[in-house]
Design a protein around this ligand. Structure first.
Ligand SMILES: *Cc1c(COP(=O)(O)O)cnc(C)c1O
Length: 290
């Protein structure tokens, strides 16, 4: 399995050639930014650990990636969710379905709180979305790949773009890259994201630049402009992007390009997450197609 060094290719976006780092192609089952964030647990010694505790939404990308990790490392996973919709229980699909197939123990508990969970000796807890220090291990490797690639290509003026959830990936990337990292908050607005950065890194000089959007977007909600940009990218590049984060990622890049310098190069990071489209795409089609 080739977990490291994903390919980089050129695509055209809004009449500009940009580079695309294909972290979605890292591996068939263990890819995208969750693979980077969980890489620490993939390659380091876990002999005294027989269970990973985590939590989040029942359709989270991290749930699926964790399930693959658990399978490879033969470690049990208890994944707590506050709520599983009856529709999902009756029609398992996407990340939820695959995680169950991989043996994750998904526990519905509306009162679960990781802060009060009593961790047993052979357990480790991974916070929602892998918002943990250990994530730095794999993201540093991603940064090194980018640095090496840019050197080989003799690119000096490079800006990195990626959309954020917890901001963990963007922050650790910036920490290990000399190029500026730009991101947009998909989950709770720029203020929330800034707080996330501070909780992982006190020194603001390592914080990525946050692009403010003129409109407020709510995570998981359907927006016409999201579906349009997703379809535009699919048509022009033949590459599928995720429907939760990437539409806002590209909208923020579009906004940035309007005032950017011509001579600088852009590298957008495709962070995977395509499995989630299995549920998002039908929702979009129902809402906007007919
Ligand atoms: C989890 C995820 C993100 C957000 O990553 P953070 O490190 O939490 O900011 C972005 N894109 C995709 C496809 C993801 O799965």
């Amino acid at each position: 399995m080739n977990y490291i060094n994903s390919p980089t290719e050129k695509i055209k976006f809004k009449n500009k050639e940009i580079y695309l780092k294909r972290d979605d192609l890292l591996d068939k089952h263990f890819s995208g930014n969750k693979a980077r964030k969980f890489y620490y647990y993939l390659v380091n010694d876990l002999t005294n650990i027989d269970k990973i505790i985590s939590f989040g939404s029942a359709q989270a990308n991290s749930l699926y990636s964790l399930s693959v990790l658990g399978k490879i490392r033969e470690i049990n996973i208890d994944f707590y969710v506050n709520h599983i919709s009856s529709y999902l229980k009756e029609n398992p699909h996407g990340n939820y379905k695959k995680a169950i197939e991989n043996g994750v123990n998904i526990i519905e508990d509306k009162n679960f709180d990781f802060k009060t969970y009593e961790l047993k000796e052979n357990e480790i807890l991974i916070e929602e979305g892998a918002r943990v220090k250990e994530a730095q291990f794999g993201i540093k490797i991603l940064a090194q790949e980018i640095t090496k690639w840019a050197e080989e290509k003799k690119i000096e003026k490079l800006k990195i773009f990626l959309p954020s959830g917890t901001g963990t990936t963007a922050l650790f990337l910036q920490k290990h890259l000399k190029f500026e990292v730009y991101t947009v908050s998909c989950v709770g607005g720029s203020e929330y994201l800034k707080k996330q950065f501070f909780s992982l890194e006190k020194d603001e000089k390592y914080h990525p630049k946050i692009i403010d959007m003129p409109k407020k977007y709510h995570f998981g909600k359907l927006y016409k402009e999201f579906f349009e940009i997703y379809n535009e990218l699919l048509e022009t590049t033949k590459i599928e992007f995720d429907l939760l984060y990437d539409p806002l990622g590209f909208l923020s890049l579009e906004q940035y390009l309007k005032s950017s310098k011509k001579e600088e190069e852009i590298l957008y990071i495709h962070q995977g997450g395509i499995l989630g489209n299995e549920s998002m795409k039908p929702r979009y089609e129902r809402k906007f197609n007919k």
